[in-house]
Design a protein around this ligand. Sequence first.
Ligand code: CA2
Length: 198
Amino acid sequence: MSPARRAAKRAPGSRARRPLRQRTAKPQTSARRTGPIRIALLHGPNLNLLGTRAPEIYGTTTLPEIEAEMTRRAEARGAELRSAQSNFEGELVALIQLARNWADAIVINPGAYTHTSIAIRDAIEAVGLPTVEVHLSNIHAREEFRARSITAARCIGQISGFGPQSYYLGLDAALSHVEASRRSHGEAGKRQKRSKRR
Ligand code: CA2
């Protein structure tokens, strides 16, 4: 059973609608340069409760609503998106590792683990996928302990404070990053071919 499925069984708050585990024998060793861009969307602890409590901080949009909009936006740009949520740090580490077998980039809201988890930071670094950290609330305008993100230093950037828009901006940033890096690899490849022909 995949770590994501195990999480879904263990706790009602942990779920992965389309698990990230793939049957690929080997992990990807380099970035995919062709095909639809694939985005892994990961949510940390308690985010399954969105829209049910604390609307003054986190708004009224539910996680399934955010995921549906993310899928719609990804598809509109010809990309694929898979989502998972877990309340467990180790499960999130496993999901980040699994993303390596499938995704071109990660959009993650690590929830409270943002402020505590060296394990999640290390997983992001180890996997090497471009990762965008997103937060619904402005973590710099709340309690002091929330202002520090342990994970953001291993991400390409962080978007914080725009409610569900933070996720959509994060998706946009991740897609643009992968598109730009595919373009620059494509151009480098063409240059190499031309110089070989000469
Ligand atoms: O603003 C964010 O997106 C956060 O990542 C949300 C985390 C918080 O610990 C971070 O500091 C900032 C908490 C998510 C908890 O979600 C709830 C949803 C409904 C009711 C209560 C909590």
